[in-house]
Design a protein around this ligand. Structure first.
Ligand SMILES: Cc1cc2nc3c(=O)[nH]c(=O)nc-3n(C[C@H](O)[C@H](O)[C@H](O)COP(=O)(O)OP(=O)(O)OC[C@H]3O[C@@H](n4cnc5c(N)ncnc54)[C@H](O)[C@@H]3O)c2cc1C
Length: 518
């Protein structure tokens, strides 16, 4: 007999298999030896009341002997001699498109501008230590894309664009902790992601797919309305039957490949703002209603949203126990983002706090047409670079001074490795951003008493939240509206935001191509 039950236990009880079995038996009014198996389906932290509980949804199997199957099975075919589909970009969208094509019997050929994950780590270390930005190998570019050192929060549960559960299973199959299948807020950690990306590469290569690093798609070779090949920076052509463009939202050279061929693109609303950093202990004490965190509880997080003068202001990519990282893709820009390791044990909590921006806010940039959002992002990143004063140092201000519009008298410690420069960040943005951020911070403090504190610091600029350009697709075929064998995909094309939704979009595009070619 099988029963689905829900129980709430203390954090300590939730940490042990024996104590969970005991709680399940108690809840069912049976002896523990009547339980053959207990399977965790979902786990979440409930901190709404003073006594923080862990809510568990479980399957209890009673009086059934024999094995209990939980292994994930995958069937990757040998595609060595099969129809070639060329993919630009080895981020989550490109890699998951490749894996899905292998399951369906197509051969993926990936062109990736950056390096393999091992060599990419060296460039990331140089970026942090010497502040040297390699334009092809950084926090956004290289094997695994922006997903590799991305923290790996996998919060998307929406199945609108595909099957989020399949993405989790594929990640677990390639080495992620199986807990991501049950946690309400699954997280992998930047320390674990590189090995998973490497395992995905091995699956692709062992199945007969190809991956070419150091190959930057620089031209679209179009003949009679169809894409014939991607040309790389050296003019080498890679031909295929269909092409996927999964180059992410930091590939700012991609829109020009369209515009130089008079091909249509669209402006897309996006969001931009600052990254705020608090001591993790402060966020723990607010969220868990206690001076010290129970050792069985994870570093506390938050998710905040406020409507300020008709625009959404929201927390973005919140990293408990994390660090702020330099995410620029070129010299002369400062871009901040956040990540954490699997243990989330840094003493800091950081989050983007960003304002939604649409075309009406960008009248000053209207001469740039569909690229107006991109030009605005670039300008803010350049101003942040100059305000930081040197290499990748970020301009920063105490949160309370950002509200009072006052220069800070010294800055608190930060996790941001390249360092911070005392700067009136409230002056760095146009008024429509600063004022909405100020209003939202006051509202956040009403929701989370203590959020607004001089111990917190804001850093500029959090500018790469999503793509400011969309490459329009036919909703039925998923192909680009102007070239029927080109498939824009993932975050850069404007169809996803985050690892899971980009991966799902990759799978969906692969299925659309297979439907056409097989
Ligand atoms: C520091 C950081 C933390 C993040 N944290 C999270 C998180 O916790 N959870 C989450 O869901 N999301 C997070 N994100 C966002 C997430 O990483 C992206 O949403 C996701 O990676 C987008 O996937 P993608 O495949 O569409 O594009 P990308 O991951 O951007 O991949 C694009 C790939 O294309 C390559 N490329 C670019 N131009 C070319 C070209 N011309 N030719 C060939 N290759 C090219 C790039 O090198 C890159 O490998 C984070 C991002 C960053 C930077």
């Amino acid at each position: 007999m099988r029963k689905i039950i829900e129980i709430a236990v203390s954090p300590g009880q939730a940490a042990g298999e024996k104590s969970i079995r005991a709680a399940v038996a108690r809840s069912l009014g049976i002896q523990q030896d009547e339980l053959s198996h207990v399977r965790l389906i979902k786990r979440s932290v409930d901190s709404r009341s003073r006594r923080v509980l862990i809510r568990l949804r479980l399957e209890a199997v009673l009086h059934e002997d024999g094995p209990y199957e939980t292994a994930i099975r995958k069937s990757y075919l040998n595609v060595a001699g099969k129809t070639r589909v060329v993919i630009a970009g080895a981020g989550p969208a490109g890699l998951f498109a490749a894996l899905r094509m292998i399951e369906l019997g197509l051969k993926p050929v990936i062109l990736e501008r950056g390096k393999d994950v091992h060599n990419r780590k060296t460039d990331i270390a140089l970026l942090n230590r010497k502040q040297l930005v390699d334009p092809d190998s950084n926090y956004c570019f290289g094997e695994g894309g922006a997903g590799t050192f991305s923290d790996g929060k996998l919060y998307t549960r929406s199945n609108k664009r595909g099957d989020a559960g399949r993405i989790m299973d594929t990640l677990v199959y390639h080495g992620a902790d199986p807990d991501i299948r049950v946690d309400a807020h699954p997280h992998i950690g930047s320390d674990k992601l590189p090995a998973i990306v490497e395992n995905i590469r091995n699956t692709i290569l062992q199945s007969g797919g190809e991956i070419h690093f150091g190959s930057r798609v620089s031209r679209l070779v179009i003949r009679e309305g169809r894409l014939k090949a991607f040309a790389d920076q050296n003019g080498n052509l890679t031909e295929g039957k269909a092409f996927i463009l999964a180059t992410g939202h930091s590939a700012r050279d991609i829109p020009s490949l369209f515009l130089e061929n008079d091909l249509p693109l669209e402006f897309k609303p996006f969001a931009l703002g600052v990254r705020v950093e608090h001591p993790q202990s402060l966020i723990d004490s607010i969220q868990y209603h206690s001076k010290t965190r129970n050792p069985f509880l994870p570093a506390a997080s938050y998710s905040l949203v406020h409507q300020a003068s008709g625009r959404g202001v929201f927390s973005f990519c919140m990293c408990p126990g994390g660090i702020i990282v330099p995410s620029a893709t070129e010299d002369g820009q400062v871009v901040v983002n956040g990540m954490s390791n699997s243990r989330r044990n840094s003493p800091f909590a950081n989050s983007g706090i960003v304002v939604t921006i649409d075309a009406a806010d960008l009248k000053k940039y209207s001469s740039h047409g569909v690229l107006k959002g991109l030009k605005f992002q670039e300008e803010i990143e350049k101003i942040s670079y100059l305000a930081g004063g040197s290499c990748q140092r970020a301009p920063a201000q105490r949160l309370t001074d950002f509200i009072r519009e006052k220069i800070s008298d010294g800055l608190p410690d930060t996790s941001y490795h390249p360092g911070i420069t005392n700067y009136p960040v409230h002056q760095l943005f146009p008024g429509f951003i600063t004022q909405r951020l100020q209003e939202a911070f006051l509202a956040f403090d009403r929701k989370m008493k203590g959020f607004l504190t001089s111990e917190a610091v804001v850093l500029a600029a959090e500018s790469r939240t999503s793509s400011p350009v969309r490459i329009p697709r036919d909703p039925q075929t998923m192909a680009y509206i102007a070239i029927e064998n080109l498939y824009p995909c993932g975050e850069g094309a404007g169809y996803a935001g985050g690892i899971v939704s980009s991966a799902m979009d990759g799978e969906a595009v692969a299925e659309a191509i297979a439907g056409k070619l097989l």
